[in-house]
Ligand binder design. Structure first.
Ligand SMILES: [Zn+2]
Ligand SMILES: [Zn+2]
Length: 187
């Protein structure tokens, strides 16, 4: 007979660890996941009528890499219309983000604005949480190679000088070695 008291050694500890992991995951997801619930049932009652929604997403609810920081919460403005079994969503995401220039490594504030339009199939649903869409649009629109300005001249590869501020001497010496040989011959 197996009694409740005779748990094999180690199993008790394992169970405790599993519960512990579960708690960590649970609290982590509780922090991260934000909801943007759209009452589909209400929209279905009035097909073609636009419904407006505004959400604010806190930085702690997004997964950002170390070089990217939100300077203001992310505002999500949505206009949703129900039409022929579909949810037509027009939206705009906006915030101010702190980025690191990929050329000169300067930290700069960037006005992030992204507009989008999406059609979502919602045939049998009565509610739809659009946070996945906002996250997807936001992460996709984040610049992969941020630039403090389009004309940023970056840093000198040799001395590290910021070429936006000054022109260093090493930059001038960067000639093709084959031309250098020719230069020697012409002397
Ligand atoms: Zn730059
Ligand atoms: Zn230099």
């Amino acid at each position: 007979m197996i009694s409740g008291r005779s748990l094999p050694a180690g199993l008790g500890k394992m169970l405790t660890m599993q519960i512990f992991t579960y708690i960590i995951n649970f609290s982590a997801s509780e922090v991260r996941i934000f909801s943007m619930k759209i009452d589909i049932a209400a929209l279905k009652k009035e097909p073609g009528r636009p419904f407006t929604y505004d959400f604010t997403v806190d930085a702690s609810q997004l997964e950002l890499d170390a070089d990217t920081e939100l300077l203001s919460p992310l505002s999500v403005h949505l206009i949703a219309v129900y039409q022929d079994g579909k949810l037509v969503v027009n939206g705009k995401l906006s915030t101010k983000i702190k980025l690191v220039c990929s050329r000169c490594l300067k930290i700069f504030a960037h006005d992030f604005v992204e507009e989008f339009a999406e059609e979502i199939d919602i045939s049998g649903e009565t509610e739809q949480d659009l946070s996945w869409l906002a996250r997807e649009i936001f992460y996709t629109a984040l610049p992969l190679k941020p630039l403090c300005k389009a004309t940023c001249r970056g840093l000198c590869e040799t001395c590290g000088a910021d070429l936006n501020e000054k022109q260093c001497d090493c930059a001038k010496d960067k000639t093709d070695p084959r031309w250098a040989v020719l230069g020697q011959l012409l002397k």
